[in-house]
Design a protein around this ligand. Structure first.
Ligand code: FES
Ligand SMILES: [Fe+2]
Length: 415
């Protein structure tokens, strides 16, 4: 309770327009509150439909203390479960991904059906009722190829996310794409620093030579203000919308997710060093316009995305500790695109592999400096860091009322 009061006090006395006090980026007790009040409550992007395309295919993901398995059942339905055996709690699936007709716990081979039901438990006492020991379900939804889970017992409605995001995603057919490559990097910085860095391009010109060949550093592109007043962006929206691609800037009321389509520099088609497509085969046959720039979507706290004509780059943020964050990047291409024929993997992944590493270093340096006893919150640039201000506002607005709810979260995090 003391930590809640400490956090509340700091939030209420926070200087508007300034970065957060040190404890938000370094304190393990504050990190635990972030987990309890945000990560264990909100909808989280975990992976793509195309990664669990066939019945029995699964992937696992760790959200704070919770190991989760996401799978497609025999009927083709997506499901998520707590990856903790109902016998003595062992992790049931320990592979990152795979395909299995049933889930068999490696410890004593309790065997679960893909709908979570316990099918076999060897030599248990008479009267043992298997029906009581199915895997615990986790809320799971998918929108246009993006799978979200929610650990709360009573998840918030998913409909607003679906309603806003689906029209933007749908023409790009990400549900039918394939992951050409994925990478996970661990950044030694708090998850909020990873986001703060993502929400501005004030740092781009000094740090991202490869990305800056094609991605505009204008705050109207990355941030949340002024896109409607930028004639180049408006012309781009008009062109793309005439081609059937929803493009206009939209942000939901709570500020948790946003979509907008932006032109790339010099009418580049893709994030390559020369701006030319990295994949010869378009991502979606529903997209016929050639220069569609990049569709930018984010959903706090787990994902930001760049969807281009020839491929998509999707990002997943997962917190590990107060000072460590895992960032997983996936490059999605048309499911029939062939490596070495339609695309060269090094060319496809070069710009964002470099950019990710540069961002990792920036975040780590930021975390280093913040850990200093001499650190104090500093002012964001109104012009360039509107997106960061918006992120911090969102964080504050989400966590503050939850802190005041009393000794315990209103929604228990355990299903
Ligand atoms: S802990 Fe899973 S079968 Fe024993
Ligand atoms: Fe960056």
């Amino acid at each position: 309770m003391d930590t809640r009061n400490d956090m509340l006090k700091l939030l209420r006395n926070r200087r508007e327009g300034f970065s957060l006090p040190q404890a938000f980026y370094t304190d393990p007790a504050f990190f635990q509150l972030d987990l309890d009040l945000i990560w264990y409550r909100d909808w989280l992007f975990v992976g793509h439909d195309c990664e669990v395309a066939k019945p029995g295919s699964f992937f696992t993901v760790q959200v704070g203390a919770y190991p989760i398995v996401v799978l497609r059942d025999r009927e083709g339905k997506l499901r998520a479960f707590h990856n903790s055996c109902r016998h003595r709690g062992s992790r049931v699936c320990n592979a990152q991904k795979g395909t299995s007709a049933r889930l068999v716990c490696p410890y004593h081979q309790w065997t679960y059906d893909l709908d979570g039901k316990l099918l076999f438990a060897r030599q248990m006492a008479e009267g043992f009722d298997k029906a009581e020991f199915g895997l615990k379900p986790v809320a799971c939804e998918s929108v246009a190829g993006y799978i979200f889970i929610c650990l709360a017992k009573e998840p918030a409605e998913f409909a607003p996310v679906r309603q806003m995001m689906e029209p933007y995603f749908a023409p790009h057919r990400l549900g039918e794409a394939k992951v050409a490559f994925e990478s996970t990097i661990i950044e030694k910085g708090n998850w909020k620093l990873v986001w703060e860095n993502n929400r501005e391009c004030y740092h781009c010109v000094g740090n991202h030579p490869e990305l800056c060949k094609t991605f505009p550093e204008a705050p109207t592109v990355t941030g949340v203000q002024g896109a409607e007043d930028d004639p180049e962006i408006v012309a781009h929206w008009n062109k793309c919308e005439a081609a059937g691609l929803p493009s206009r800037f939209q942000i939901d009321q709570s500020g948790q997710f946003r979509a907008t389509r932006v032109p790339l520099l010099r009418d580049a088609a893709s994030y390559t060093m020369n701006g030319k497509p990295a994949v010869q085969r378009g991502l979606s046959h529903a997209v016929t316009e050639g220069r569609i720039g990049s569709l930018l979507l984010y959903h706090y706290p787990t994902t930001w995305n760049h969807i281009l004509g020839d491929h998509a780059v999707t990002f997943r943020v997962l917190p590990i500790s107060a000072t460590e964050t895992a960032v997983t990047t996936k490059w999605l291409v048309h499911k029939d695109a062939v490596e070495g024929v339609d695309y060269d993997l090094a060319n496809l992944t070069h710009v964002w592999t470099e950019t990710n590493d540069q961002d990792r270093r920036i975040v780590e340096e930021n975390a280093f400096g913040i850990a200093s006893p001499a650190y104090e919150p500093g002012p964001y640039s109104q012009m360039h860091e509107g997106g960061v201000l918006q992120f911090v506002d969102w964080y504050t607005r989400f966590i503050e009322p939850r802190l005041s709810e009393g000794g315990k979260p209103a929604l228990r995090s355990v299903a």
